[in-house]
Design a protein around this ligand. Structure first.
Ligand code: GLN
Length: 572
């Protein structure tokens, strides 16, 4: 094997690259700006896709804590990706592959494997050129394989971070090799307002552009985040100090909905600027349904109050796709949504509550960490309850109580993955008399393992990429709630789990009123449960949230919110 065999994707001027770098600080919404830029190009008739670079050393996002890094977004092919990939899918309406999420870990793994295979025999393997070549190869190979006109590449982190240097160096080289007209740099910065006078400060932008220049990159466009539109004065100043034409300083002020950001960019001539810089014909986006869909988020009326009870609520990004899926479904209904993110541990104390006797729920102060114990009856103030995915024991008893409370109180309930498994545990305990029913994830010695390790998981030795991942076909039984929700007898949905419903208990649960209405792998695994007698009690083993799109909400989310709004029609 030689170097040319591995790194075979050379420069092709048919594939243009737009690189987004971040300045000043993280959390500026670079993902939304990348997605919106790509959307504008897509609406203009180009083949476009996005790639996220994450400079951490993990091979993928699968082993990271959601409360530190945000949700793990799962692609159809089972990639455990950075959550920005979810933004790309939602904006572009595409299903991307794992290759669209690139980490330092992946790059180094490819270089080290190539070195072991003898691709660099006789050479000293170095960051420049070997690691940077591997980065360029990954980016170019996607553009070639997917035959993209434009590849928008978002580099995570902030300019100045040590760990992103090899990536920025590779992007710099791509400009050198591909030429000015085939590469474009957008630098995302911030213009904060500190005083009451409301002056937008430009110094952070000036400094971060200097930092970028120091490593050899001169931005073509500055996307400046600000609360209110950038003032002409601030724009002029930034243009002068950063050496970027005024027309190329784009104000990225707050929009009523993230899906309106493409319009914010278009209004300021973003397309014209890209067309001029990249020497392509000026074009105009064909908005189609997009503007109407985007504004439906802002014009919605009447609120739905939803409690999301989960384990990772300290960082809203942990459930970012759940949030978007709820907002898509609500906008589609013409409703606004109020979500209260509730820590499941707050419902944890089992003694507080006995099934079917919820009237007797007592309150007690001074739970762990001085937190107030939340009465389950508080949940009655919501239109519906959603329990998203989760792992491990902490907070699980709280979820079991919540799932059971929703059932006996006839409050619409939608469970996803962990929310599916723990609804089964609650039903086993409180409706089927299996007092000690549990998932073996939470109690390995339970006498009634209603949720158990999947057989093939018993041989999985690595923690990384070893769950049941990605898209699987699900068969939906006729004459069920699920069938009317999906209007079909099969769907494909994405998964990420190690445990599953233990089919040995099917009969017992079914005679007590819980129906398993969807299954996969020739009936081997149960995927959807429902309680037909309930207003809406539906839970799924798969992750519905990853398939939701603005204007086209995932059907189970839509049905859940319809039930929450009091509608008795389940069908879409
Ligand atoms: N912890 C459960 C499992 O591994 C559920 C996973 C999830 O909610 N994504 O099966």
């Amino acid at each position: 094997m030689n170097h040319d065999v591995i790194f075979k994707h050379k420069i092709n001027s048919a594939h243009k690259f737009i690189f987004l770098t971040g300045g000043v600080m993280s959390g500026l919404g670079k993902g939304v700006i990348a997605s919106s830029t790509a959307k504008l190009l897509q609406l203009s008739g180009f083949r476009v896709s996005c790639i996220k670079i994450d400079p951490y050393v993990n091979y993928d996002a699968g082993t990271m804590n959601p409360t530190a890094h945000g949700e793990v977004f799962v692609t159809d092919d089972g990639g455990e990706c950075d959550m920005d990939v979810g933004n790309y899918e939602r904006f572009l309406g595409l299903s991307l592959t794992r290759n669209h999420s690139l980490t330092t870990g992946r790059i180094y793994a490819s270089v080290i494997n190539a070195e072991r295979a003898g691709a660099y025999l006789g050479q000293c393997v170095q960051i420049i050129p070997h690691v940077t070549d591997a980065i360029k190869e990954q980016l170019r190979s996607i553009a070639t394989k997917e035959d993209l006109d434009f590849t928008v590449v978002e580099c995570g982190g902030t300019v100045g971070d040590i760990e992103s240097l090899p990536f920025l160096e590779a992007l710099r080289q791509m400009e050198l090799e591909g030429g000015k007209y085939n590469t474009l740099f957008i630098h995302v910065t911030l213009a904060p307002v500190l005083d009451v006078v409301g002056e937008q400060k430009t110094k952070p932008t000036q400094h971060s552009v200097q930092e970028l220049r120091r490593i050899g990159i001169q931005p073509d466009i500055l996307a400046v985040r600000c609360n209110n539109p950038l003032t002409p004065e601030a724009r002029r100043k930034i243009s002068l100090f950063a050496s970027v034409e005024e027309a190329c300083v784009i104000s990225c002020h707050d929009a009523p909905s993230i899906y309106m950001v493409p319009e914010v960019l278009a209004k300021q001539g973003m397309i014209k600027v890209i067309a001029k810089k990249m020497r392509i014909k000026n074009y105009s986006p064909q908005w189609g349904e997009w503007k109407r869909t985007a504004s439906s988020f802002a014009s919605a009326k009447g609120r739905l109050r939803i409690a999301v009870v989960g384990k990772y609520v300290t960082l809203p990004d942990s459930y970012v796709s759940v949030y978007h899926a709820l907002s898509h479904a609500a906008a589609h209904l013409g409703r606004k949504i109020d979500i209260e993110w509730i820590e499941s541990e707050k419902f944890e104390n089992g003694q507080m509550y006995q099934a079917n006797m919820e009237q007797k729920v007592e309150t007690r102060n001074g739970l762990k960490n001085g937190e107030q114990f939340k009465e389950l009856s508080y949940l009655r103030t919501f239109d519906g309850i959603l329990v998203p995915g989760g792992f491990g024991k902490r907070g699980s008893e709280g979820i079991i109580h919540v799932a059971n409370y929703a059932r006996i109180q006839n409050i619409p309930y939608f469970g996803i993955c962990f929310g599916f498994q723990l609804a089964i545990v609650g039903f086993g305990r409180y409706a089927c008399g299996l007092e000690r029913a549990n998932s073996t994830e939470l109690d390995p010695d339970t006498v009634d393992p209603v949720v158990d390790f999947m057989p093939d998981q018993k041989t999985a030795h690595n923690a990384g990429a070893s769950m049941r991942l990605g898209s699987h076909r699900i068969t939906i039984l006729p004459d069920t709630v699920a069938e009317s929700v999906y209007g079909s007898n099969w769907i494909y949905r994405r998964h990420r789990h190690r445990y599953e419903f233990n089919k040995k208990y099917s009969r017992l649960l079914e005679v007590n009123g819980m129906i398993f209405s969807g299954h996969s792998d020739s009936g081997q695994r149960m995927e959807i449960l429902e309680i037909p007698a309930h207003k809406f009690y539906c839970a799924v083993q798969y992750h519905s949230e990853f398939n939701s799109r603005p204007g086209n909400p995932e059907q189970c989310f839509a049905a859940f919110l319809r039930a929450c709004s009091g509608s008795t029609t389940i069908a879409n």
